[in-house]
Write a protein that binds this ligand. Structure first.
Ligand code: URP
Ligand code: ZN
Ligand code: ZN
Length: 488
């Protein structure tokens, strides 16, 4: 019998800080040895000419979730995780989404049950808080955070799910006291509503008006406001799906001032523009997401943010809706732009697109790729060092990439159930060929090798990056000096 259940030999192993020719030995799902000349394990994978990378972590994806439009995602935990792993992702962090009136304890229990039954890779959840009642804030969230649900998501727009600034302060207060990161969908609701009303009154209904109805300033204002609210309470925040240079600059300014403000952008903001919404008939609906894709100058800005570390993470915001009456066209065959379900599929192509456009075109190096798609997410969400790296002791969540493999994207080739891909026809160079989750070969040469339900809830602790700075605003300090209790 060998020392290892599995070995990966002759490849180039990459982490954030190292790139070395080495072999990897895996036992009981964990990396137990990294070095040259390891003897073959019970199962031996030859990675000659390949890159051996930490499995990706998709820290922003919507799975089996009832959207803010009341429409169900096309993918369940099986199809979404099968799709994710074909693209090199081995952990997903979707949402346990509270609808107003729900108990968040129940919501988390329900989403966990769905994932437990179907996921093929590991997972954890952000808790979406849409109804921060005293019960939710004081009785339900604290034990959930302690149990490992260390990120709370809030929406500043969408009528059915948004919270106001007072409620956001309440959520931040609970995060501050109990140790959670707050992640934010930042757009100004009234700027969108006001513009939408005028467009519709003027008879402008087509999908292309979705982009106009979400003005860039709506993003900039809400990003700025979210940063100020988080600074006021002293809570680290992650701004999701940044699309404009000005919003990125708000984040950069906060970072330069020493605040723990983190940023994310997504594949669609590097590759699509508002013009993609201007397609014949209702075809533009396929490209409606919020915030919307902008223009080529913003695409360049997003690349800059990925390179200069204004953005720490690159997630898919996979929000799959079929192009039919169950999804995008749920309001009928000719919906107004306001009625089109928001969101795009992307869980599978997130990493290949960044590899192809980023690494293979020389915009980022391979270590930065690993950092953006895996390690930083693990660090921010408290999954590190079990996930997000290849070290002795870490889970053997590993993707073996062929950097020269070229394939054309077609919907037929992707594994989600959306029925279309916004990246149809793109040529992508660089694909994962074998993907392991806790030492199990999950995908090999395009074939799924594991059973539904074999994924597990990941281990999550309070990460350093999500700890408050310990700074206090003068008025908060004054209030405290008068004996006011600050953090419930
Ligand atoms: O259009 C998007 N992004 N849909 C998903 C919901 C969200 O905004 O997070
Ligand atoms: Zn969002
Ligand atoms: Zn989202």
């Amino acid at each position: 019998m060998s020392d290892f259940d599995l070995t990966i030999r002759n490849g180039t192993v990459v982490t954030v800080s190292t790139k070395r020719d080495a072999d990897i030995g895996v036992k009981d799902g964990v990396v137990v040895k990294i070095g040259k000349g390891l003897s073959p394990g019970d199962r031996d994978i030859d990675a000659t000419g390949k890159l051996v990378l930490p499995g990706g972590i998709d820290g922003h994806c919507h799975i089996e979730q009832l959207s803010s439009f009341g429409v169900m995602n096309a993918d369940d935990f099986y199809s979404a995780t099968v799709s994710a792993v074909h693209g090199g992702t081995t952990t997903v962090v979707p949402f346990a989404a509270q609808q107003r009136g729900d108990s968040v304890t129940e919501v988390v229990r329900n989403y966990r049950a769905l994932a437990e039954e179907k996921a093929v890779i590991d997972y954890h959840f952000h808790i979406i808080v849409t109804d921060p009642t005293d019960k939710v804030l004081e009785e339900e969230l604290p034990p959930l955070i302690k149990e490992g649900f260390r990120s709370l998501k809030v929406f500043l727009t969408y009528e059915k799910v948004r919270i106001d600034d007072y409620q956001m302060l309440d959520v931040l207060e609970v995060a501050r006291k109990h140790g959670a990161l707050v992640v934010v969908h930042a757009e100004n609701n009234d700027m969108i509503r006001w513009t939408t009303d005028r467009l519709l009154k003027g008879g402008h209904k087509e999908a292309k008006f979705h982009a106009i109805s979400h003005p860039r300033l709506a993003e900039v204002e809400a990003v700025h406001r979210a940063i100020m609210l988080a600074r006021f309470i002293d809570v680290p925040i992650l701004i999701f799906h940044v699309t404009t240079r000005e919003a990125m600059e708000e984040i950069k300014r906060a970072q330069d001032a020493g605040l723990k403000v983190y940023g994310e952008t997504c594949p669609q903001y590097l590759s699509l523009t508002a013009e993609d919404l201007d397609r014949p008939g209702t075809e533009g609906a396929k490209f409606c997401c919020s915030p919307p894709p902008r223009d080529e100058a913003d695409q360049e800005a997003m690349w800059q943010g990925l390179v200069d570390n204004t953005f720490q993470v690159f997630n898919s915001d996979h929000a799959p809706y079929r192009y039919d009456e169950t999804g995008k066209l749920n309001a009928g065959p000719n919906p107004t732009f306001k009625e089109i379900a928001n969101g795009l599929p992307g869980i599978e192509l997130r990493m290949p697109l960044l590899f192809s456009e980023g690494v293979n075109k020389g915009r980022i190096d391979i270590s930065r790729f690993v950092e953006l798609t895996s390690t930083n997410m693990a660090r921010l969400y408290g999954l590190y060092p079990h996930k997000g790296t290849i070290e002795v002791g870490s889970d053997a969540d590993i993707a073996i990439w062929d950097p020269g493999l070229e394939k054309k994207v077609t919907d037929k080739r992707t594994h989600d159930t959306t029925g279309y891909t916004p990246f149809e026809g793109w040529t992508i160079k660089g694909w994962p060929v074998t993907v392991l989750s806790r030492g199990r070969v999950v995908v090999e040469n395009g074939e799924l090798k594991v059973e539904r339900g074999s994924g597990k809830l990941a281990i999550r602790e309070m990460p350093e990056l999500a700890k408050p700075l310990g700074r206090i605003e003068p008025e908060m300090d004054a209030a405290r000096n008068f004996g006011v209790e600050l953090y419930r």
